[in-house]
Design a protein around this ligand. Sequence first.
Ligand code: PLP
Length: 435
Amino acid sequence: MAFSAQSHASLVEFGQKHVTKGLGRIVDAVITKAEGSYVTFGDGRQMLDFTCGIGVTNLGHCHPKISKAAADQCMNLVHGQCSIAFHGPYLELIQKLLPMMPHPSLDSFFFWNSGSEAVEAAIKMARTITGRQNIINMQGAYHGRTFGAMAVTKSKTIYSEGFHPLMPGVFSLPFPYWHQLGVPSDTPTSKMSEMCLNQLSLLLSQASAPRDTAAIIIESVLGEGGYVPAPPEFLKGLREVCDKHGILLIIDEVQSGYGRTGKNYAIEYSGVRPDIMITAKGLANGFPLSGVISRKELTDKLKPGSMGGTYAGNAVACAAAVAAADVMKEEKILDNVNARSKELFDALNALRANPKLAPAILDVRGQGLMVAIEFASPVGTGPYDPFRNPSVPEKLASRVAKKCVEKGLLILTTSVYEVIRFIPALNISKEDLAK
Ligand code: PLP
């Protein structure tokens, strides 16, 4: 029987049998079409998509200009291997991205397929450029599932359990987030930043630590770790420490970048200069593409041929990204993010102000359209916290997310704590957001 003629139920059954269980899944259904902010399933259900495929289809599913650019590129050049020769879309994309950089020193680019690969490349770069081996990461961080990226990820145990030994030389610092520091939830961010920076000083006070440390890697907004923006004073403190000791600051903007937070890159909120910045997800609006951006003075230290990958910087993905960059400008995406963000925060804060719901809501936070609601843990269970309390069975947030799916809203939790995250398309309309 032709694939398209098979019933939805039989396709789901086929998928359950033959698609590797290790992937996990939140809806047991087949997506047959997606357009703008909506996805349609083979059983006829249509859902408002507040996941964007985990922050990827930021300009809506199947944006006509981006799909057309990719289709046109397919008739011209599909695969250009960048260690053989440049190709047009690669260079055009750099031209488009240069003015969007959070600091003018970021002028040297190379592209990959996924966020994890870009993280791997950034770690390799930091090690070879500094001649040092250690990397400092943040507790709660998520940087991906390949070996280097997994080693600097410090989130749910499932990401690394059973895959040891991990890459050595990784040391973790708490993120200025009250759960992690065990302080009251109303502790000022300046105080929490100071506490974390003190821990960094302690870590670096060991005799050889500074001269062994290649890089500090941090997400501008802790993503899987609970949607917590890094306080500007903390990022500034990290910058100072890096400058003092010749350590490179790697800013991971895979989830928070490319307009998601209402700026081109979330690091702009602090004014801090990254030495290496990683971007991915929304870059090509669904075509696999990521980028590592640094300054030429640093990347000139890399030996030719030491970096690269067969498909890295694919021509069709780059052409889609060029079109996405145009759409960002033409549709004034940042203006929409900031307007819709205010409406979303107002709506969520109104829930929090409702006396019936208030006790269940601990926090509403985020930046732009990277927004989260954190619930109080069910009485008697303590917070779902993989570091301190790994035994809580199912998160309250997971149950809320499941209810949302039943009601036609596709939504995700974060890996830790009782958090659901709102990742709508950046061009979502006022009407769709209000639904
Ligand atoms: N870094 C961050 C902050 C992420 O959120 C992710 C993925 O969610 C990654 C890196 C890994 O990206 P990928 O899944 O494309 O490998």
